[in-house]
Ligand binder design. Structure first.
Ligand SMILES: Nc1ncnc2c1ncn2[C@@H]1O[C@H](COP(=O)(O)OP(=O)(O)OP(=O)(O)O)[C@@H](O)[C@H]1O
Ligand SMILES: [Zn+2]
Length: 657
């Protein structure tokens, strides 16, 4: 293609970018510099201080402003004559309908979550607009072209399930720091500050001895008129002292494990009498609730210090106190958020105290935050490379150069002298429930599960639908929308509370349901099979969705990795290997692209597998990736790699090998 043709393709194109974060800022700049003249950007966020190190269109003065609008203004300063239309909105808003998508020649994603990616995928399929998808995690990245009927869609491959830990490891026998973090965040924090109606395993395992059950009743509730200091000490003694004593009474558990040590607050505070780098600052006044901090209040300065048991214990008590003194209204509604300083402090301190009890090395607040928040530090250069690759693929799409579409992985594989690995895109998966008509199967207890369980756990959580409509033959069982009359709303609300087999059109074994999303213009069929029992640990939803499997393996020579120069080379023939076990690597900045239950390797270059950076799903991505890199690293800080710069990153890799 000549550069003149290229120029006219970019000049005349109308493109939609979704996400103006790490990848999005680079992408907008590169689009503008490549000659694109009509660009629309959707981003729902405002700028945060933590974005400034890599989202170069933003400055300190923009903190708090719309990313989409500030990005537009910044680019118009050096390309004043192009048209950039910003939308400070969620791409899932109903204004972004299929018709809205139809006006674009190509859609470019720079998102960071699975949910939004799936939504855009469906809108692009419905509107028949090509999508260029992207994601990065640290040094790893991926760009893929999804074109209806020609290449696989974003959902053609099932996403890896989020990393989970056995309940008993978390509640009773932690052996790694990450187990302590999960306990502190998902159990203790949730129990004290979250929704009281939610299931929580804290009591169950902490009272392995049956006799304990009455002691744990309401123990987490603050008693009427109970002094906040006293309450904190009581919770402390209960979870780190009493519960550990109880666990120790079960001798069987400790036959082949190190016995934990119960810790009581009076002993913990004796551990080191004075704070190492600070003093309690009783007069600390916080300007607003987001600045409330136990560290500040205690005069602790450096988040990279590993605190002693005494310091962690003080942070624990102080954070608990500050929640009650400054954020009492939120208690009962909180869920852990890595950007909530006080929540991070509480979780880090609680995890460290538990770690001390189980003989696990303590970690700094900074490290604990990284683990709790699944943080892999972004690398601006990777975002820039990925943005460049997106534009290259977008130009091919505009020129209808389908033979040359590439899925390109950014690798960090210095020994192979290869940083980019382009391969031919995959064909649509014939069993994909999104881009083909293949029905799904659902095993469910039709006599016990309510329609509400089905809507929440399957239709919304698993199928990612926003405006669902559920039909059994011609009978409408449920529908969401603004134009429903009162009787319909009442009917559907009543249906939600009915078990499936007692609905007006009963859902039983053999029923074929149609589930549609009106906004996404997406529908699928689901055949129902009644099942009486489910395994609480393995199937906690009490239902099992299947029928959507990875595409069959492709013959080795069918997929070629193409060298960086763009020519096809057998030396880089890529091959699919089954990797149910260690699945895919996921991506975070723009992330959450997943690739599947497959991984690809460069078979002729080396026998070492190359990480497939492209799979991403919200919670799992970082752990998955790290598992891959850290196979030989047995210590317990292997859950998160933090790359602050190139040098430290390459040192880390050397160490690991
Ligand atoms: N549903 C959505 N609608 C619109 N924009 C979205 C949606 N989901 C995510 N985004 C945007 O995608 C961008 C992703 O960028 P990035 O991964 O750099 O995240 P970030 O929020 O800027 O950084 P970090 O997560 O590290 O704080 C964000 O700006 C975010 O607002
Ligand atoms: Zn598909």
């Amino acid at each position: 293609m000549s550069s003149l043709q290229q120029l006219s393709a970019t000049k005349d194109a109308k493109v939609l970018m979704v996400g103006a974060g790490g990848i999005g800022c680079e992408l907008l700049k590169t689009l503008a510099l490549s000659g694109f003249q009509d660009i629309h950007i959707i981003d729902m966020d405002t700028i945060e201080v933590s974005n400034l190190n890599r989202q170069f269109l933003f400055r300190q003065l923009h903190v708090g402003q719309s990313k989409a609008k500030v990005a537009r203004d910044a680019v118009l300063r050096f390309r004043p004559h192009i048209s950039i239309t910003p939308y400070h909105a969620n791409v899932k808003d109903s204004m972004f309908s299929v018709d809205f998508f139809k006006q674009f020649n190509v859609v470019l994603n720079g998102l960071d979550n699975l949910d939004a990616r799936r939504h855009v995928n469906r809108l692009c399929l419905a509107a028949d607009v090509p999508l260029v998808e992207s994601g990065t995690t640290g040094f790893l990245g991926q760009v893929t072209v999804h074109m209806k009927g020609k290449t696989e869609c974003y959902e053609c491959q099932p996403k890896p399930a989020p990393k989970t830990y056995p309940v008993c490891t978390i509640t009773s026998t932690p052996s790694k720091f990450v187990h302590c973090i999960v306990w502190a965040k998902d159990l203790l924090f949730a129990k004290l500050f979250g929704d009281k109606n939610q299931d929580n395993d804290l009591n169950v395992r902490s009272s392995d001895a049956a006799s304990a059950s009455e002691h744990t009743e309401d123990v987490f509730e603050r008693r009427k008129d109970e002094d906040i200091e006293q309450y904190g000490r009581r919770i402390y003694d209960h979870v780190f002292g009493y519960n550990i004593e109880l666990a120790l009474s079960n001798e069987e558990t400790w036959k082949s494990r190190n016995r934990p040590r119960p810790i009581y607050i009076r002993d913990a505070l004796l551990d080191k009498p004075a704070l190492q780098n600070g003093n309690v600052n009783k007069s600390c006044i916080f300007e607003d609730k987001s600045s409330v901090s136990a560290m500040t209040s205690l005069g602790l300065k450096n988040p990279q210090d590993v605190w002693s048991l005494a310091e962690n214990s003080r942070v624990f008590l102080e954070a608990l106190k500050l929640f009650f003194e400054n954020r009492e209204k939120e208690i009962g509604n909180l869920s852990f958020d890595k950007d909530d300083q006080l929540a991070v402090e509480f979780v880090a301190a609680a995890a460290n105290i538990r770690a001390a009890s189980f003989g696990i090395p303590l970690h700094s607040l900074f490290e604990a935050k990284g683990i709790a928040g699944n943080i892999v530090h972004a690398v601006a250069t990777t975002n820039a490379v990925v943005a460049g690759l997106i534009v290259i693929e977008a130009i091919k799409v505009l020129q209808k150069d389908a033979d040359n579409y590439r899925t390109t992985y950014c690798l960090e594989h210095e020994t192979k002298k290869m940083l980019l690995m382009p391969i031919e895109p995959y064909e649509p998966n014939p069993s994909c429930y999104v881009c083909s008509e293949t029905p799904l199967r659902l095993e469910i207890n039709t006599r016990r599960s309510k329609l509400r369980d089905f809507v929440e756990k399957i239709v919304k959580a698993k199928l990612g639908m926003n405006f669902p409509l559920i039909m059994h033959g011609p009978a409408l069982l449920y529908e969401v929308g603004d134009d429903l009359d009162d009787d319909m709303v009442k009917n559907y609300a009543a249906n939600l509370e009915k078990v499936l087999s007692e609905l007006p059109a009963p859902v039983t074994s053999g029923t074929l349901l149609t589930v549609e999303d009106l906004q996404q213009e997406f529908s699928c069929h689901m055949s129902i099979k009644h099942r009486e029992e489910f395994d609480d640990e393995k199937e906690p939803d009490g239902m099992l969705l299947s029928g959507w499997t990875a595409a069959p393996l492709v013959e080795k020579d069918d997929k070629k990795a193409v060298g960086n120069g763009g020519s096809t080379s057998n030396a880089f023939a890529a091959d699919l290997v089954d990797s149910e076990k260690d699945g895919d690597v996921e991506i975070s900045e723009g992330t959450d692209i997943e690739i599947s239950g497959k991984k690809r390797k460069l078979c002729d270059v080396s026998k070492d597998p190359i990480p497939d950076p492209l799979s991403v799903s919200d919670e799992t991505r970082n752990h998955k990736q790290l598992e891959k890199f850290d196979v030989d690293d047995d210590d317990d800080d292997d859950e998160v790699e933090m790359f602050d710069d190139w040098e430290s990153a390459s040192n880390k890799k050397k160490r690991l090998r």
